[in-house]
Design a protein around this ligand. Structure first.
Ligand code: ATR
Length: 275
């Protein structure tokens, strides 16, 4: 029997997940269907109740439902618990097991696809919202020499630093103070939502200079102001979040089906040139 999966979000029209999972299923010979569900705001639980009653096996969750999914689960993985949000669920009888693969997908894209090592390197993360939170533990597990979290609203960065104290060398900073740092960064990740509105986080001029990689979490937006600034500073590698998107999908697929799909070709097909 064909097993049913889906992604739920609102809006959902833009989603690439049915294409990605459909491609994975074909390539690995898995018998599954994967659809996109536009969940009504405030109606997440009722929609997923119905999907499960129809015999579905699992679900990906995108904005704005990652916190609803976290609350809906009966079991949370360590990464979902730490992220405070879920982007994937597996249904087994009454069990609703929640995961969060965003952070591990990002790390795989950086370290494997882009071949940029994080161990012993200096990493700067812009933003302290949900996207940044989900990446903190997977980043610290890579053992950077220092992970600096910078946010406009410092109190949010302070709260995250307290929560992740003891997990690794996590420091916080305001944007203006970054200008005073003597050392530069090897990897700079823009986990703010600024690019969605064509805005640039208020990074002092010299911060991107000498970095090996500038990574924009948003995808399909071409050269965002952040990536333009990185290019102007001569950063060697520029990337957007398409690889992260495909890698988190591959993690979900492996978890659901017990077989790991290859990602390279799907990433190529979804890549919008950065120029
Ligand atoms: P997400 O789930 O995508 O992380 P979020 O939780 O709303 O979204 O968080 C948005 C993040 O982008 C926050 O860190 C926000 O900074 P503040 O906490 O100071 O609001 C950051 N952000 C949004 N627009 C920004 C901008 N123009 N410059 C710098 N940071 C910005």
């Amino acid at each position: 029997m064909t097993d049913r999966y889906a992604v739920i979000g609102n809006p959902i029209g833009f989603t690439k997940s049915p294409f990605i999972h459909g491609t994975f299923a074909k390539a690995t010979g898995q018998d599954l269907s994967y659809e996109a569900i536009e969940g009504p705001i405030g109606g997440f639980a009722a929609t997923v109740d119905q999907f499960r009653a129809d015999g579905a096996k699992g679900l990906n969750i995108t904005a704005p439902f990652k916190l609803d999914a976290f609350a809906y689960a009966t079991e949370l993985s360590e990464s979902a618990r730490r992220a405070g949000a879920a982007n994937c669920m597996k249904f087994e009888g009454d069990r609703i097991i929640a995961e969060n693969f965003d952070g591990v997908g990002l790390v795989r894209d950086i370290t494997i696809n882009l071949d940029v090592k994080m161990k012993g390197r200096r990493v700067l993360m812009l933003g302290a919202g949900g996207a940044a939170r989900g990446a903190l533990l997977p980043f610290l597990r890579q053992e950077p020499s220092e992970l600096v979290l910078v946010n406009r609203t410092l109190s949010k960065a302070v709260a995250l630093a307290e929560e992740f104290a003891g997990c690794g060398p996590l420091m916080i900073s305001g944007y203006a103070e970054l200008a005073d740092l003597a050392e530069g960064y090897d990897v700079v990740v823009n986990a703010t939502s600024a690019s969605l509105r064509g805005e640039m986080p208020p990074l002092p001029g010299n911060v991107l200079r000498g970095a090996e990689l500038a990574y924009e979490l948003a995808y399909g937006k071409g050269l965002t102001p952040f990536l333009q600034a990185a290019r102007a500073e001569g950063v060697a590698k520029l990337a957007d979040g398409v690889g992260m998107l495909v890698e988190q999908a591959a993690e979900a697929f492996s978890w659901w089906r017990g077989v790991r799909p290859s990602t390279a070709q799907v990433i190529v097909e979804l890549t919008v040139p950065l120029s």
